[in-house]
Write a protein that binds this ligand. Structure first.
Ligand SMILES: [Zn+2]
Length: 250
């Protein structure tokens, strides 16, 4: 924008807490003068500065609570808060559907498998494009997890979270913390391969599917009701249970 344009107006933005993760280093933790033309919705300018609407839980304009569709006219002071600040107002974020369900972006396959292992209904495919993921999230009211902030800026996305870490277990911890899911985890309730529900089965029912050593040494078995995958103690990598327990600790 040409700052000498006579129609240029200015508002001052301040982002709090982890919302600063989205800003360039020189704009973090400080007032940001921001110029615009016309009367844009504050949501548009927040996203122009780099912060997806799915990360904004509270907004004050000139110290008054405001909504994301507020139209800026110039001269405002805009304070933007994440869900982790306990602002005593109804959150701007819509409440997630009763059961926390997820759709996970293509490059977060290990996080998807960990969420399934924790019992959360999690859709994932490595060949989806952005439009498909966003549409699925909207249609099924699923929380979209991604490391692509542009995906969260699509207007049809209501529930979404920008995953900060690139370490799968740390990512899992972030998601459990963000949605307060620790008490709702049901470890090993879902199939990590297909998201189907896993149930205990009699050994006799799955015996023909087992290797001789497995048949000999293990007595307790579980099977995915969707893809038929058989699980037993020791199917998962050693130490995984302890790692999941650690991630689930608030
Ligand atoms: Zn399965």
């Amino acid at each position: 924008m040409n700052p000498t344009d006579p129609g240029t107006r200015r508002a001052t933005f301040r982002f709090y807490g982890p919302l600063n993760d989205f800003l360039p280093h020189d704009l973090r933790q400080r007032d940001i003068p921001h110029d615009f033309l016309g009367t844009p919705a504050v949501k548009d300018r927040i996203e122009r500065l780099g912060v997806p609407h799915t990360e904004v839980a509270a907004l004050f304009i000139n110290d008054q609570p405001a909504a994301l569709h507020y139209l800026l006219r110039g001269g405002e002071r805009v304070a933007v808060y994440p869900p982790t600040y306990h602002i005593p107002l109804p959150s701007l974020l819509p409440p997630p559907a009763g059961e926390a369900r997820f759709v996970v972006d293509v490059n977060l396959g290990r996080l998807a498998r960990l969420l399934r292992l924790m019992g959360f209904d999690t859709l994932y495919r490595n060949d989806w494009d952005d439009a498909e993921i966003a549409a699925l999230s909207a249609r099924e009211d699923r929380i979209l997890l991604t490391r692509d902030r542009r995906l969260l800026m699509r207007s049809i996305v209501r529930h979404g979270y920008y995953v900060r870490s690139d370490q799968p277990l740390q990512q899992l911890r972030e998601v459990l913390d963000r949605y307060h899911l620790q008490p709702r985890a049901r470890p090993f309730a879902r199939c990590s391969k297909c998201n189907g529900l896993v149930r205990a089965v009699d050994k006799a029912a799955v015996a023909p599917l087992l290797e001789p050593r497995t048949r000999r040494y293990y007595q307790h078995f579980w099977q995915c009701q969707q893809c038929g995958q058989v699980y037993w103690e020791g199917t998962h990598m050693p130490g995984l249970e302890a790692l999941l327990e650690e991630a689930a600790r608030p």
